[in-house]
Design a protein around this ligand. Structure first.
Ligand SMILES: Nc1nc2c(ncn2[C@@H]2O[C@H](COP(=O)(O)OP(=O)(O)O)[C@@H](O)[C@H]2O)c(=O)[nH]1
Ligand SMILES: [Mg+2]
Length: 205
């Protein structure tokens, strides 16, 4: 059984809880508890593998990004960073959060964000009040080498289901890669390591 830990981050009111609840229950309720940090559990099966999913949904009252980030950054295997397309401030905040994840979780010197992250522009249904163009979201995601998806927690399930499934797959790959790398970290030979990571994959094809 694989344990997968995700954390949602983003401005208060961006729709973190709505996006998560939509994924977990397929429903949109409208108002969500916002005065406590919540940890959700769900058993899932993806690509025939049983997973134990835990998702941290931080309390909206804490506007201090650092304080939201500190714990989950260490704990989480992957992140969903949510902004509201009708609120530019939430987009600026998402940008800031991506930078902070990168700074905390950079695993090599090339500046690549290796920890799986998905940037989510929520409230797509509020396009009449749009303040952030879809291309801006896409660009920001490209800069940070993460996935991007615009969604509406209020109106649709499928995009949200897809983005979580994709992120979870990426997390499983990443955890496997890290475990393999740890196993061979004693070896000084890079060739051996590369051969091991890719050699294994080749065999299964
Ligand atoms: N129109 C619209 N409203 C949404 C959407 N997602 C969330 N909301 C509303 O935005 C408010 C904040 O959502 P919430 O999930 O509590 O945000 P959080 O503070 O980031 O967890 C609530 O009133 C939700 O009903 C959406 O996709 N479209
Ligand atoms: Mg919330």
């Amino acid at each position: 059984m694989n344990d997968i830990k995700l954390a949602l981050l983003g401005s208060p009111g961006a729709g973190k809880s709505a996006v998560l609840v939509r994924f977990l229950t397929r429903r949109f309720i409208g108002e969500y508890a916002s005065n406590t940090n919540s940890l959700y559990h769900k058993r899932l099966s993806i690509d025939g593998r049983q997973l134990n999913l835990e998702v941290f949904d931080p309390c909206s009252q804490s506007s201090e990004v650092r304080c939201i980030l500190e714990e989950p950054v260490d704990w989480a295997d992957g992140f969903v960073v949510v902004y509201n397309i009708s609120d530019r401030t939430s987009f600026m905040n998402a940008k800031n959060i991506l930078r902070q994840i990168r700074e905390t979780r950079m695993e090599n010197c090339k500046g690549e964000m290796e920890v799986p992250v998905c940037l989510v522009g929520n409230k797509q249904d509020l396009c009449h009040a749009r303040q952030v163009h879809e291309d801006e979201g896409r660009c920001l995601a490209q800069e940070n080498r993460c996935h991007f998806q615009e969604v509406s927690a209020a109106e649709s399930y499928q995009d949200i289901a897809n983005l979580f499934t994709q992120l979870i797959r990426q997390v499983m790959e990443h955890l496997k890669y890290r475990a393999d790398r740890r196993r061979y970290s004693g070896s000084k030979s890079m060739a051996k390591l590369i051969n091991n990571v890719f050699g294994k994959r080749r065999k299964s094809v």
